[in-house]
Write a protein of this length. Structure first.
Ligand code: URP
Ligand code: ZN
Ligand code: ZN
Length: 454
């Protein structure tokens, strides 16, 4: 089966060109002007951009917190991803404190069956001991080449020694370890202080986790990685101060990668005030406008490497668990559908970044860094994971119109200009004219090492 995407403008991280794209057997067979369409289904992309499908480096589908589960599983989450032009997600397979990495991987493979977009897994390590370390080669062989450690959360929080040892062991596999950076001991004390002031609503959430809670943990992670002599990455960076700490580490010669998320670029802590504030309870919390501005600058100037969504969705009924105590609110929010649309509208159209830079952040960098060989570019021989992007398509995000399975979006009220009209996954025409046409076409991406881009 051949498909010709005709008359579009192909955009890669290194620039744009008017070109047709011929898809054959799941791959891009040719990119060039006026390609012959013989025997091919033709998709007219006149007036549209043809982009490499986006990689979401940070999702939590079908995550069980013990007291509740995320609203989205792989079936619903992956459909929402595709409709936004995301053809691959990297979800966090999470080790049970008493379990093995192999068990977590098997569990996540089961959860991901029927996914509509491609998927790979970072492994979240909940216990770093000799047994866990001995499993790393098997993880590499199974295509897991990145790990996350949490400096927070009961049952997941890692001590500094474990992070140090894990960084060294993971680097030996040519894999990469990222960390959720917040100071757990201090923030727990601060939660107590905020509650003691009689603050129980969602406005207490950012008060208990100020910017320095993240910056201290980023600084500590940087020094631990310096001592270990390994690369490291920061997941969901939210603050100007944290960015400065990472930049300091780089100026010492360290290899540091940074991920941020649309919520830290576009939303501020004013959202916690008033009714509906629980929707925005996520960790790290939303920050100040000066943090958003610093992160946008970091994107434009090349300091931030990629953007994930941290999609971790809960309904407002689930969020109501924290109605009398903000610290009981399930942490996380939805966003997997809207990352490209938001970056295009508030990044590219607003003149903060160029379209090739958006492609670099959403497709090229994550595919390379996380070892997805032959993906992340519109180029001959590459997998045909593609988005036909209509810059003229506009709409307003509401709480009701996203395809994800929860009843709210942190981006409700955001006007969008530019969205995916058609999406191809492994060559299959999965989204046609803004609607899901072929669900269930996702494949597991067995990753190979990581390509050091710094
Ligand atoms: O609040 C968040 N971000 N929930 C998801 C888990 C995490 O920390 O990434
Ligand atoms: Zn996290
Ligand atoms: Zn997360």
């Amino acid at each position: 089966m051949k498909t010709l995407i005709a008359n579009g403008t192909v955009v890669n991280s290194d620039g744009e060109q008017r070109a047709d794209v011929l898809i054959e057997d799941g791959r891009v067979a040719r990119v060039g002007p006026d390609l012959a369409a013989e025997g091919a289904k033709v998709v007219d992309a006149r007036g549209c951009f043809v982009l490499p499908g986006f990689v979401d480096t940070h999702t939590h589908f079908d995550l069980d917190l013990g007291f509740t589960k995320t609203a989205d599983d792989f079936i619903t989450g992956s459909k929402a991803a595709l409709l936004g032009g995301t053809t691959t997600v990297l979800d966090f397979a999470t080790q049970e404190p008493g379990g093995t990495l192999a068990q977590a991987l098997e569990t996540w493979h089961q959860k991901a069956r029927g996914s509509s977009c491609n998927y790979g897994f970072h492994m979240a390590i909940a216990r770093f001991d000799e047994a866990t370390e001995a499993e790393l080669p098997a993880m590499s062989a199974a295509g897991v080449t990145s790990y996350k450690m949490y400096m927070v959360y009961h049952g997941l929080r890692m001590d500094d020694g474990s992070i140090y040892a894990a960084l060294k062991a993971v680097a030996k596999q040519n894999a990469l370890l990222g960390a959720h950076c917040e100071n757990w001991d201090v923030l727990l004390r601060m939660v107590g202080e905020v509650r003691a002031r009689g603050i129980t609503g969602p406005e207490g959430h950012p008060l208990s986790r100020p910017s320095a809670v993240e910056a201290e943990a980023v600084a500590r992670l940087m020094r631990i990685a310096e001592l270990a002599g390994t690369p490291v990455y920061v997941v969901h960076l939210s603050t100007k101060e944290g960015l400065l700490e990472a930049q300091r580490a780089r100026s010492r010669g360290q290899e540091v990668y940074l991920e941020t998320c649309p919520q830290y670029l576009l939303l501020t802590d004013e959202r916690y005030r008033g009714a509906g504030g629980a929707k925005f309870v996520m960790s790290p919390p939303l920050r100040k406008q000066e943090d958003c501005d610093a992160l946008w600058r970091g994107l434009a100037e090349g300091d931030i490497d990629f953007i994930g969504t941290d999609h971790c969705s809960f309904t407002m009924a689930q969020k109501a668990r924290g109605k009398d105590d903000f610290s009981l609110t399930p942490n996380g929010s939805a966003g997997v559908q809207h990352r490209g649309e938001l970056l295009c509208t508030y990044g590219v159209r607003a003149g903060r970044i160029t379209l090739p830079r958006m492609v670099e952040l959403l497709s090229h960098n994550p595919a390379r860094l996380f070892g997805m060989e032959g993906r992340g570019k519109v180029a001959e021989g590459y997998a045909a994971d593609l988005a036909v992007w209509d810059p003229a398509a506009s709409y307003c995000i509401t709480d009701e119109n996203p395809a994800h399975a929860c009843d709210n979006s942190p981006y409700a009220g955001f006007e969008i200009e530019g969205r995916a009209r058609d999406v191809f996954v492994n060559g299959a025409h999965a989204v046609e004219n803004f609607a899901l046409a072929k669900p269930g076409m996702g494949k597991y991406i067995c990753r190979k090492g990581c390509i050091h881009t710094r």
